[in-house]
Design a protein around this ligand. Structure first.
Ligand SMILES: [Zn+2]
Length: 106
C-alpha cells in the first residue's frame, strides 16, 4: 500500500448556465467536489430558454428563478454579460460587457 499518496486538486469551470449543469452539479455534490460556473447574466430569462443546438442536442439556458438554488454552494463567475467574441468587438464594448456582466451576476 502506498502511504505517500498526495491529494490531487482539480480545478474545473463550467460555462454558460445551461440545463446540463444540473447533472454536473448532482455529480459534484455526490463527491463533495467544488467548481466554478461561469455565467452570462444578460442571457437568462426568468424561465428556461432554448439557446442553440450542439451536436444534434438542444442546449437550454437555465431560468433566473432556479439558478440560485441550482448553483448554491458553488462559485459563480462573470462570463461577460452577453457572451460576445471579445476579441472581435471594440475594446470599449468588451470592457462594458464584462463590467455590466460582473455587476449583474447572480
Ligand atoms: Zn461560454
Amino acid at each position: 500500500m502506498n502511504t505517500n499518496r498526495k491529494k490531487m486538486k482539480i480545478v474545473q469551470c463550467w460555462d454558460d448556465g445551461v440545463t446540463t449543469d444540473i447533472q454536473v452539479i448532482n455529480i459534484l455534490r455526490r463527491h463533495g467536489a467544488k467548481a466554478t460556473f461561469n455565467l452570462n447574466a444578460g442571457l437568462h430569462e426568468s424561465e428556461r430558454k432554448f439557446s442553440w443546438v450542439f451536436k444534434n442536442t438542444e442546449v437550454w439556458k437555465l431560468g433566473w428563478q432556479e439558478m440560485q438554488s441550482i448553483y448554491g454552494g458553488f462559485t459563480n463567475a462573470n462570463h461577460s454579460l452577453t457572451h460576445p467574441h471579445l476579441t472581435k468587438i471594440f475594446i470599449n464594448d468588451a470592457r462594458e460587457n464584462i463590467i455590466v456582466g460582473r455587476d449583474s451576476s447572480v
